[in-house]
Design a protein around this ligand. Structure first.
Ligand code: BGC
Length: 370
């Protein structure tokens, strides 16, 4: 007994010493300008990514690690400049959520050429081998949760189903749609739903599995490009074209919170739409208020604190010369990228308080009518 305690004490001392050395090492490994981890996020214009910035800042508040966060503002050219800026600062690790998954290839290739370890954050970088790791949520599960929610709330048959998707330049948009299709397609085939706004999806409604090319054709019609304004325009166009048989009590697959609020605002003003269920994701503060107010039905909560922890944990492992732990892999069209994946949580009015307030993700005072 005694000797095993001695061993435990010894191990604790050794691991504390390792942590302390690691902390020194990380600031020491960076160049004189002192940035060891560079973080590039796609845009400040969507609350989702401002959340990530804040969570990175919170996680790094008491740390010795030197980091810099840059936003690309929805432009691959800005993104490339951001990566170059960080390379000039002497970073050892690059954490990057690309604006456009394929276009980011050349930036990460430049980083790799300088010996930098590349971690794709939330969005995969495609068609390149210049990527070491990927931290992500289970994006297929996000789409499945959205589709499942619509199924559970559908009453009767021939419920008009309006489909919307994210940007085709974002690999996640395909994963979300794939997940939603996995569960919705059988319910379209059995007559529960009738697709209201995509001739390409209607043409493929008997196919349980879609190729990427087939999904690309559907996304070409129903993409929001992750832009709420584009979502508004598309929703208005669809409602103008829809006859009374495609109104009444309807279901809307909206890919994320920003587009869900935009689409809900349009559908709620159509007098022939008597009720709607609309999905979302990201647990954005404004959408939590919409859920409390009954204007958005659900969101998929992706706890960004976990993603930040995973990304920084990987970066620190790399700085310390250790191999980060991964749980699987994603093929990016060129290689299998080692990945760490996190689960997601479905939130609606029934569990919003428990999942988002009790978990201290948000404060109750940030909402009314909770
Ligand atoms: C992210 C979503 C986000 C969307 C738009 C996706 O890649 O996974 O959380 O809502 O991009 O920015």
């Amino acid at each position: 007994m005694k000797s095993s305690w001695k061993l435990v004490t010894y191990l604790i001392v050794v691991s504390m010493a390792t942590i302390m050395l690691a902390a020194c090492g990380s600031s020491g490994t960076s160049s004189s300008s002192g940035v060891s981890v560079g973080i590039v996020l796609p845009t400040r214009d969507e609350p989702r990514w401002v959340q990530d910035e804040q969570r990175f800042k919170d996680a790094l508040a008491d740390s010795e690690y030197t980091t810099e966060i840059l936003f690309s503002q929805g432009s691959s050219a800005n993104e490339k400049e951001n990566v170059e800026t960080l390379l000039n600062r002497g970073i050892d690790v690059l954490i990057i959520a690309p604006h456009d998954g394929a276009a980011a290839g050349s930036s990460v290739e430049a980083a790799k050429a300088e010996g930098v370890t590349v971690i794709a954050y939330d969005r995969l970088i495609t068609e390149t081998d210049a990527i070491d790791y990927y931290v992500t949520f289970d994006s297929v599960a996000v789409g499945e949760a959205q589709g499942q929610y619509l199924i559970e709330n559908a009453q009767g048959t021939n419920v008009p189903l309006y489909l919307y998707a994210g940007a085709s330049s974002d690999n996640n948009a395909f994963l979300f749609f794939e997940g939603a299709w996995n569960v919705l397609q059988p319910k379209i085939a059995d007559g529960t739903f009738v697709i209201a706004n995509s001739s390409e999806a209607t043409a493929l409604q008997d196919s349980p599995e879609l190729t990427r090319e087939e999904m690309g054709r559907i996304l070409g019609q129903i993409t929001t490009n992750w832009d709420p304004n584009e979502a508004i325009n598309k929703a208005q166009t669809h409602l103008t074209a829809a006859g009374a048989d495609l109104k009444g009590d309807i279901a809307i697959l909206a890919p994320n919170d920003g587009t869900a609020r935009a689409i809900a605002d349009v559908f709620s003003t159509d007098s022939e739409v008597t009720s709607y269920f609309v999905t979302g994701q990201d647990a954005e503060q404004a959408s939590i208020q919409y859920i409390i107010d009954g204007k958005q039905s659900m969101t998929v909560f992706k706890d960004v604190r976990t993603l930040v922890e995973d990304a920084m944990g990987m970066a620190i492992d790399v700085l310390d010369g250790n191999t980060p732990e991964t749980t699987g892999s994603y093929n990016n069209g060129k290689v299998d990228v080692q990945a760490k994946q996190t689960d997601v949580i479905v939130v609606d009015e029934d569990n919003v308080k428990q999942e988002l307030i009790d978990s201290e993700y948000y404060e109750a005072s940030e909402f009314t009518g909770l």
